[in-house]
Design a protein around this ligand. Structure first.
Ligand SMILES: [Zn+2]
Length: 152
């Protein structure tokens, strides 16, 4: 992503009125991180997965869950904010598509940057889609447990 793209994002944000934006934000945020992270925490607990720390500033990207000795970083990605291709059609607001698309693209670029940064320092990264928490909790637990088991 070049600097030009960044400018375009700023510009498209300006086209959405501030009040309207915060209204949409509030609507989307209500299904945001706090409850999904809580649900992941319950999946871990019910599967005997322990030893994580939350939101450690010392780790790139401040993972939602970090297993430090195993060097496994877990992020819970909201389907809307991180541009899940499976759920996108259902949750993209019809108004201000350009604004939301730019914002989601920016989030995705940051996700890729953080993944690369973590991998460079030998962390293994798990990204859990919000939709998997309810639909496939066993898969969520398995992915994390497998990585913890192959702890180098
Ligand atoms: Zn999804």
């Amino acid at each position: 992503m070049g600097a030009g793209t960044g400018l375009n994002i700023e510009r498209s944000m300006d086209t959405v009125s501030r009040r309207r934006r915060s209204k949409i934000m509030a609507a989307v945020k209500s299904r945001g991180n706090v409850s999904t992270e809580g649900a992941v925490r319950r999946i871990f607990l019910s599967n005997g997965i322990t030893g994580w720390r939350r939101h450690l500033n010392s780790i790139p990207g401040k993972p939602d869950f970090a297993f430090r000795s195993a060097r496994v970083a877990v992020f819970v990605d909201g389907c809307f904010w991180h541009g899940c291709s499976i759920c996108r059609r259902n949750i993209t607001p019809s108004a201000n598509k350009t604004y939301w698309r730019a914002k989601i693209k920016k989030n995705q670029a940051r996700d890729r940057r953080i993944n690369a940064e973590l991998q460079k320092s030998r962390w293994r990264v798990v990204r859990i889609w919000e939709h998997d928490i309810a639909k496939a909790p066993a898969k969520v637990a398995r992915r994390v447990r497998n990585l913890l088991a192959e702890n180098p």
